[in-house]
Design a protein. Structure first.
Length: 378
């Protein structure tokens, strides 16, 4: 009797619809939040939404690339990807090549777009971590044979990101790596040692960069200087509180009139709360929860251990990044320059987020598991 071949599964439609809903909310909110800044700064109310739509087109192209490229190929490309990404991050620190903004060098100006290499770096750090956990298997419980080979590599991109300085993405990468190692059954003793080392690095970065220390002080007492150093977060609180249950109406925000800075980017969730109220804010959070649930399900049904850990890592990166953004604007975390995935004004983050979804959907179509997937860890 001939063996029946298993056919590939279909694209995960719920994840695709969730992503589309987040993108549509982003378009609506950017039209609402950026018109004032666009008119006053560029004499064009649609300046930012035009650029955002251009980024969306580029994102759709990379989404198609991620969807059609077999994700197993990243095993072959991971070293090259890490190396090129690290070189690009180093280039951001070279005067004349890197672009200085908000006290940090995180961008390379390509003319038509300011490229942020850390977004590419995050993808390959996750792919490398997934590869190492898959390769080491039970050896990941050994500090010498499992964790040291992993840490000796990932410490380089983490330190480079911290050097820019970009504390938000540094913490994000650390949290995702920690989560993957935890799910990969690394020893808790080793992981807590890793957390201690990471916290020491965060404290060191804060002590070396006065503006980060000021953000901590502002976080601890946000109303100490409401018209000065605490201005951002206080205006965010006002926007959130103004929305109430149903909001003041889409397009009716008052805080977007030069009161709340970066209202179309880092603080767009504040305007979501103001214009759409508690209802729209919860809807966005539920969409992120749905994204997480679908990503976890795709991981649990994936073809191989590498597919499993890659899907986990990419899903956690998107969701954790968004939760950090929300935590910042509601005052739970100190201020960090991390966008709300798919919703904040575009650029490299939007483009790479769409590529990431394409990769996750490619994993969802890869067919039934060929090796044991550790479902119990979830």
């Amino acid at each position: 009797m001939s063996e029946v071949k298993s056919s590939p599964r279909r694209t995960d439609v719920p994840l695709l619809l969730i992503t589309a809903c987040l993108i549509v909310i982003g378009i609506i909110m950017i039209i609402s939040t950026s018109s004032v800044v666009g008119y006053t700064g560029y004499n064009d109310s649609y300046y930012f939404i035009k650029k955002h739509c251009a980024y969306l087109v580029m994102g759709l192209i990379l989404f198609a690339v991620g969807l059609k490229t077999p994700h197993e190929r990243y095993l072959k490309w991971v070293w090259w990807g890490l190396g090129i990404s690290c070189v690009l991050v180093v280039m951001t620190m070279i005067p004349g090549i890197g672009v200085m903004a908000f006290g940090a060098r995180r961008w390379i100006n390509l003319g038509f777009i300011s490229f942020q290499p850390v977004e590419m770096l995050k993808f390959f750090v996750i792919a490398f971590t997934a590869h190492m956990i898959t390769q080491k298997k039970d050896k990941i419980q050994s500090f010498k044979k499992g964790l040291i080979p992993l840490f000796s590599v990932v410490i380089v991109p983490i330190l480079l990101t911290a050097k820019q300085p970009d504390l938000g993405n540094t913490v994000l990468m650390g949290v995702v790596i920690f989560s993957l190692l935890f799910l990969g059954r690394a020893r808790l003793f080793h992981l807590f040692g890793m957390v201690g080392l990471g916290l020491s690095g965060v404290v060191g970065s804060i002590l070396l960069h006065p503006y980060q220390m000021q953000r901590i002080r502002t976080f601890l007492d946000p109303f100490a200087d409401p018209l000065g150093k605490s201005y951002h977060i206080v205006q965010s609180f006002i926007a959130i509180g103004s929305g109430g249950l149903w909001g003041v109406g889409i397009g009716q925000s008052r805080l977007k009139y030069s009161y709340l800075p970066l209202q179309y980017s880092d603080f767009i969730f504040s305007i979501i709360c103001e214009e759409g109220g508690f209802v729209l804010a919860v809807a966005v959070i539920l969409l992120l929860v749905g994204f997480f649930q679908r990503g976890m399900k795709i991981a649990m049904q994936s073809q191989s251990l590498f597919s499993y850990y890659l899907a986990l890592g990419l899903t956690m990166q998107i969701v954790f990044q968004s939760l950090i953004n929300i935590a910042v604007v509601i005052g739970v975390f100190p201020t960090k320059g991390i966008p709300l995935a798919f919703i904040s004004f575009g650029g490299t983050s939007l483009i790479m987020s769409m590529f990431t979804v394409g990769v996750i959907l490619n994993i969802s179509m890869s067919g039934p598991p060929k090796e044991a997937i550790p479902n119990a860890q979830l």
